[in-house]
Design a protein around this ligand. Structure first.
Ligand SMILES: Cc1cc2nc3c(=O)[nH]c(=O)nc-3n(C[C@H](O)[C@H](O)[C@H](O)COP(=O)(O)OP(=O)(O)OC[C@H]3O[C@@H](n4cnc5c(N)ncnc54)[C@H](O)[C@@H]3O)c2cc1C
Length: 307
């Protein structure tokens, strides 16, 4: 079995940049991607616009030309395809790395991979680069019901939720953008955030929009509140100010009026690899992600009343 100098896990912008560097250093390398090229960007909402200017997204010194200040998802997909073609990068798509083990005797990494069609294989490399991003490793809320089918930890096309009720959990930039996109797609949105105000890190052009939508009541917001359970037709939201001292809870139940959809975001830290231990890839370093859960709505929801 051939032993590569380096195997790069992930064909996102970071993995591609690493591959270009490996090529420039004449290394024997291979990129493994569980999905399609720049899979995370591919899964963005279709009309998503980046918040950085095109030149900041460039890799390998290849110009990213766009007529817009901030390029769209579609332009980014085109750009990264051109990068791969220009540098002729070897990428194995639909090959997910399931585990990585280090054989310290032979100083080799052994990667076990699988495809969506059920094919399994083992690859060997002297070095491994993890360029796996963080979208596949969402921060879980850890509440009952989070595994229900109407809960999602990835935000895609808001059209899917037209005329439904969606709860967006979190108060950072991702939560604000998701809430705005959902609202503009005809979705009844409620934000639930554990802090008393939206995060300071919200982009300066997003902040007035989300604050005004909350002020005018177009988007309902529950601050200093946390989601404590997700049910098929309702969620439980608890006021943090009163939690733990017999705090009262708001329960939003079905029959159309108060059933809710939930989404969440937050941060978790993962553990690194060590010794010869075989480490499942889903336990590799993780950062943050967004969870969405959804349900049907027949009426505009009231702002949840957390008493
Ligand atoms: C709405 C939105 C807007 C954004 N706007 C900007 C912006 O304007 N500017 C900016 O710089 N960033 C922006 N970002 C963040 C940007 O998406 C990330 O910075 C970028 O995608 C990170 O690149 P990456 O290669 O590190 O990770 P990713 O793009 O997440 O790539 C990781 C790759 O690894 C693959 N992978 C994961 N696990 C495995 C495995 N076990 N086996 C094989 N493959 C695996 C994934 O499928 C994926 O293709 C935005 C994000 C969102 C959600």
């Amino acid at each position: 079995m051939s032993v590569r100098d380096v195997i790069i896990i992930g064909a996102g912008p970071s993995g591609l940049a690493a591959a270009i560097a490996a090529k420039k250093h004449n290394l024997d390398y291979q990129v493994l991607e569980q999905g399609v090229l720049v899979n995370s960007i591919y899964r963005f909402p279709p009309h998503m616009v980046f918040f950085t200017t095109p030149e900041l997204l460039e890799i390998g010194g290849m110009p990213f030309v766009s007529p817009h200040d901030k390029p769209s998802r579609g332009e980014a997909l085109t750009y990264y395809r051109k990068v791969v073609d220009r540098f002729d990068l070897p990428i194995a798509f639909d090959e997910k790395v399931l585990s990585v083990a280090h054989n310290s005797g032979e100083q080799l990494f052994e990667l076990e991979t699988g495809s969506s069609k059920g094919a399994r294989r083992v690859r060997l490399a002297r070095n491994v680069i993890f360029a796996i991003g963080y979208y596949d490793h969402p921060a879980m809320l850890g509440v009952p019901g989070e595994d229900l089918p109407h809960v999602s930890h990835y935000f895609g096309d808001p059209h899917l939720h037209y005329r439904q009720r969606v709860v967006v959990v979190g108060g950072g930039n991702s939560a604000a953008e998701a809430a705005l996109l959902l609202y503009r797609a005809g979705v009844h949105v409620t934000m639930v955030h554990r802090h008393p105000a939206l995060k300071r890190t919200i982009k300066y052009w997003v902040r007035p929009d989300i604050e005004n939508r909350i002020k005018e009541g177009s988007i309902a917001a529950r601050f200093s509140a946390q989601l404590t359970a997700i049910r098929p037709m309702s969620v439980i939201v608890q006021s943090i100010a009163t939690a733990g001292i017999g705090g009262r809870r708001g329960r939003f139940t079905g029959a159309g009026l108060d059933d809710r959809i939930a989404a969440g975001s937050g941060c978790v830290r993962g553990r690194g690899n060590s010794g010869r231990r075989r480490l499942p890839v889903d336990r590799l370093p993780r950062r943050h992600g967004t969870a969405v859960s959804c349900g049907r709505a027949t009426e505009r929801p009231q702002c949840p009343d957390a008493r």
